[in-house]
Design a protein around this ligand. Structure first.
Ligand SMILES: [Zn+2]
Length: 118
């Protein structure tokens, strides 16, 4: 992504955050493998299989159906450096390779999340 000058804030193994997705997201940390469940379910996340990645989560937060934003205090501002949107070349490249983008999820938008259905 050098040509797009897309900034990834930091990529630190999530073990540094004691496997806490909340702490990692609040620190704008990009992560992939994490043996955890899908929030609010008893199903393993695609992160548990290393088939999902979360990019710049503080700049690309989760927006729940009722409008609540995770991580707390974050905001979603398309066009801001490091922020993904539907026309962004990073998003287009993942989609071209058969991955899903959480920005397309409904009702809960998950703008930092990409995964490859198994
Ligand atoms: Zn994710």
């Amino acid at each position: 992504m050098e040509r797009t000058e897309f900034s990834v804030f930091q990529v630190v193994p999530i073990v540094k955050y004691d496997w806490s997705d909340d702490l990692s997201m609040a620190d704008n940390n990009t992560s992939a493998f994490n043996y955890r469940l899908v929030l609010g379910t008893d199903s393993l996340s695609n992160h548990a299989f290393g088939m999902a990645v979360d990019i710049n989560p503080y700049l690309n937060p989760v927006i729940n159906e009722e409008g609540r934003i995770d991580p707390p205090g974050a905001s979603y501002v398309p066009g801001r450096a490091g922020t993904l949107d539907d026309s962004h070349p990073v998003v287009r490249e993942f989609l071209n390779r058969g991955w899903r983008w959480g920005g397309h999820f409904r009702p809960k938008k998950d703008y930092h999340h990409f995964d490859k259905p198994g």
